[in-house]
Design a protein. Structure first.
Length: 536
């Protein structure tokens, strides 16, 4: 006998006068509203590699797949999860919101939570906690930081900051719904907090013209168990115009200030949004070791009269990008030549060919000589790089042929010393490209700057397996047997509906269809019973 699904559903939802026609689609819609969307595959997600257990492995709740898109309020992904995050108490600050999430991770507080009409809050909070676990465990280290920023933006009702702001790249990672700028760091316990000294100065004193008064640093220190992050210890501190210089000195970053430390302190303490103040600041920064004059906004965006000028090239010029791409191609060509030089060096270990002999016989596309006929800097640098590769190939070939692995130093002289020097120069170049000198604040420094930076410890978010196992028992008991069965049926129903539409084997699809119908009947019956209980 065929089940009249439309009639069953219409009878169940008859009291909803605004509905003129109720179909199976409405049931799916209602389930979606109550439980959230089923997770989708993400090519960057590394699922279950850590072997950790989560709520959804015991309680059939939908899984949220966190992504960087959560940081964009206009994205579909963010809009899909906003109603889940709406269950978080909108406290006055980040600490209050994190504390609310943490209350669901504390067994003592969990026992006191009464589902009743707040079952949706409990289910939503479990999904949020799982999303946090996925954020810090299911992505590689380089991706986790960005995804964590998106998660925190959603948690605080704010947005992730990635584009240029006020003519420069931002130092804030996300902005809360309350408009607070936050720099977020996900670190191992002994890893220092790093940042660009130049960008911090620009942010505080000139970005957009007048700068921004302060920046909050939110630090999440990771503790791992069995290759999964089990706890997050959260700290915050503030760097602003008034404490900036003192914090740099106390945290052992005084070398970035140089001899201008006292003069900078006096000047920053009388900050004014005026051309005269900015002109004086620019003079001081000219003698400040940590400030990159070429890239700093006090030189790139300040006119001769001390006015801030939003440059037209604040937005990257396509021509500049093209030039950078062409430079990369030249580096690629040099890389090919270095590989060839190394291979030739390996052959030289057998036939005795020297680098000078090889370079003269080989027609290389190197930077041309100067008009005077002398070797220019670029050509010299390219030749040195090729010689180093040639000698490396020679050394490796000799080492593999000689059991003792000793290569005659007489052949390539101070090769190793030259290589170390080149490596050091490359590190300096990379540092310059990242925005100049980097300041560092260690975990110990956070204690030292506490009075100035208003350092505050939020506490620990415990995602450890023992804690999750204890919470699962508590929440299963609170949800009750009937609701657990309803959740399980809802999950299986959704999966079978999806299998019906996606399965190529129509026999399997038909079976999924029939199974879904039976599960649908059970869902409707359960919903009717719960509705009667609530009316009593």
């Amino acid at each position: 006998m065929n089940t009249n699904w439309d009639r069953l559903i219409e009878n169940h939802f008859a009291k909803k006068k605004e509905r003129n026609s109720l179909t199976l689609d409405l049931l799916l819609e209602s389930i979606s509203e109550a439980m959230g969307e089923m997770p989708v595959k993400d090519e960057y997600l590394l699922t279950e590699e850590s072997g950790e257990k989560r709520f959804s492995m015991s309680i059939p709740i939908p899984r949220l797949v966190p992504s960087e898109a959560w940081g964009d309020p206009s994205s579909q992904s963010r809009q899909d999860v906003d109603r889940i995050f709406a269950s978080i108490t909108r406290g006055a600050d980040i600490e209050a919101r994190i504390a609310h999430v943490n209350s669901f991770l504390d067994p003592v507080q969990a026992v006191k939570k009464a589902p009743g009409g707040k079952v949706n809050t409990l289910l939503n909070m479990m999904q949020i906690i799982e999303a946090l676990q996925a954020t810090i465990n299911d992505f590689n280290e380089s991706s986790a930081g960005f995804v964590f920023e998106g998660f925190m933006a959603a948690l605080t009702g704010g947005r992730q900051e990635a584009g240029r702001v006020g003519g420069t790249l931002p130092i804030e990672d996300f902005i809360t719904g309350d408009g607070e700028n936050v720099s977020l760091k996900l670190l191992s316990p002994n890893t220092g907090i790093h940042g660009s000294f130049t960008n911090l100065v620009d942010y505080l004193f000139i970005r957009g013209g007048s700068g921004v008064e302060n920046i909050k640093y939110l630090i999440a220190y990771k503790n791992s168990e069995n290759d999964a992050v089990a706890q997050l210890a959260l700290w915050e501190f503030m760097i602003g115009r008034e404490n900036f210089i003192d914090i740099m000195v106390i945290s052992k970053n005084g070398n970035l200030l140089g001899e201008q430390a006292e003069a900078l302190k006096r000047h920053t303490q009388i900050w004014q949004d005026s051309p005269e103040w900015r002109k004086t600041m620019a003079k001081l920064l000219l003698q400040t070791p940590g400030y990159t004059n070429k890239k700093g906004m006090f030189f790139a965006n300040l006119t001769a009269t001390g006015e801030f000028e939003e440059r037209e090239d604040a937005v990257p010029d396509p021509k500049v990008k093209q030039n950078q791409f062409n430079l990369m191609l030249k580096q690629g060509q040099l890389n090919k030549l270095k590989v060839a030089a190394k291979e030739e060096g390996a052959l030289a270990a057998k036939d005795g060919t020297t680098f000078d002999d090889w370079i003269q016989d080989f027609n290389l596309a190197l930077p041309p000589k100067l008009k005077s006929g002398k070797e220019g800097k670029k050509r010299k640098a390219a030749l040195k790089a090729l010689e180093a590769s040639f000698e490396r190939g020679y050394a490796e070939a000799r080492a593999s042929r000689e059991k003792e692995g000793v290569v005659a130093e007489s052949y390539f002289g101070s090769f190793h010393e030259r290589e170390k020097k080149l490596m050091k120069e490359e590190i300096l170049l990379e540092d310059a490209a990242s925005g100049g000198s980097q300041f560092k604040i260690s975990r110990g420094d956070m204690t030292q700057i506490e009075p100035l930076a208003q350092t505050k410890f939020y506490g620990v978010i415990d995602l450890g397996q023992k804690n999750i196992d204890e919470l699962v028992k508590i929440y299963i008991e609170k949800l009750g047997e009937d609701l657990m069965a309803l959740l399980e049926n809802t999950k299986n129903f959704s999966e079978n509906i999806g299998r019906y539409f996606s399965e190529d084997d129509r026999a399997v699809a038909t079976t999924a269809n029939q199974t879904a119908r039976g599960q649908g009947e059970e869902i409707i019956k359960s919903l009717e019973e719960r509705e009667k209980e609530e009316e009593v």
